[in-house]
Design a protein around this ligand. Structure first.
Ligand SMILES: [Zn+2]
Length: 224
C-alpha cells in the first residue's frame, strides 16, 4: 500500500533545525543537486516533496539536503576524501561515485530506502521522517554500498530490532557490507564529527549501536 501522509517530528531533536540553518544557500543546493543524483529528477522531488521549497525542512528535499550536508562536511578536513583515510572523509566520495540517480517516493510508510538497480536509489518517507540527519547520511552510504556490489547475505539475529529471522542482515562486520559501512560512518561521526553538535553526535552513537546490535548475523563485538 502506498502511504504518503506524514507528520513532522521535533526538528531540534532530529538535527533538522541545526542543519536547516546551513543548507539554504544556493551554493550547497547546487552542489548536492549535481553531486548526489538529484539532477534530472525534478519529477521525483516536486509535488509536495520540496522542489519548489528546498529550504523547508518539513519537506523531504530539504531533509535529504540535511543528510547530504552531514555526509559532505562532517570531517574536519572534508576536502580530503582519499579512501586511505577515515570513513568520515571518504563516505561522501563513495556516495558520489555510486548513486547516479536519487529519487523520492512515498513507500509504504515504514520503508526507508532501496537500491533498485542501475545506480538508482529510492528514498521513502521513513528516511525523511523516522531517521535523523546523520541517519539519512547513513542511508545514502548504505544504499551506495549495495550499488557497489554488496547485497545483504544473512537473516537478522535473535532479538534484532530490524525483525528477527527476516532477510536483510549482513553475515558479519568483515563482509564489509552496507550495514558495516553505515555503522562505521556513524561511529566516526560520533567520534570526530565537525560542524555538528554533541547532541547530534549522540544520535549517531545510538544509531550505530542499534545497527551493530541488530543488523549482523554474527555480532561484531563492538559497542560505540
Ligand atoms: Zn540494505
Amino acid at each position: 500500500m502506498v502511504h504518503c501522509t506524514y507528520t513532522v517530528p521535533d526538528k531540534a531533536a532530529s538535527g533538522d533545525d541545526f542543519y536547516g540553518a546551513s543548507i539554504c544557500d544556493q551554493v550547497y543546493v547546487d552542489y548536492f543537486w549535481d553531486t548526489y543524483g538529484f539532477a534530472g529528477n525534478k519529477e521525483y522531488w516536486d509535488d509536495g516533496f520540496g522542489w519548489d521549497d528546498c529550504c523547508n525542512t518539513d519537506q523531504p528535499l530539504a531533509r535529504t539536503f540535511n543528510g547530504c550536508y552531514a555526509l559532505t562536511y562532517s570531517a574536519q578536513d572534508y576536502l580530503n576524501d582519499d579512501y586511505a583515510g577515515a570513513c568520515l572523509n571518504w563516505a561522501r566520495r563513495y556516495v558520489r561515485e555510486h548513486i547516479g540517480d536519487l529519487r523520492s517516493k512515498c513507500g509504504d510508510g515504514d520503508a526507508i530506502a532501496a537500491s533498485v538497480g542501475g545506480g538508482v536509489v529510492e528514498l521513502y518517507l521513513g528516511c525523511f521522517y523516522t531517521k535523523n540527519a546523520p541517519g539519512r547520511a547513513e542511508t545514502l552510504l548504505h544504499e551506495s554500498r549495495h550499488i557497489g556490489g554488496k547485497p545483504h547475505d544473512a537473516k537478522f539475529p535473535k532479538g534484532s530490532t530490524f525483525g528477527e529471522g527476516k532477510s536483510g542482515a549482513d553475515s558479519s562486520w568483515g563482509y564489509e557490507g552496507a550495514w558495516m559501512y553505515g555503522a562505521l560512518y556513524l561511529w566516526w561521526y560520533y567520534a570526530q564529527g565537525a560542524r555538528t553538535t554533541s547532541a547530534i553526535r549522540e544520535l549517531a552513537r545510538q544509531r550505530a549501536n542499534v545497527v551493530i546490535d541488530g543488523a549482523f548475523a554474527t555480532h561484531p563485538g563492538y559497542s560505540v
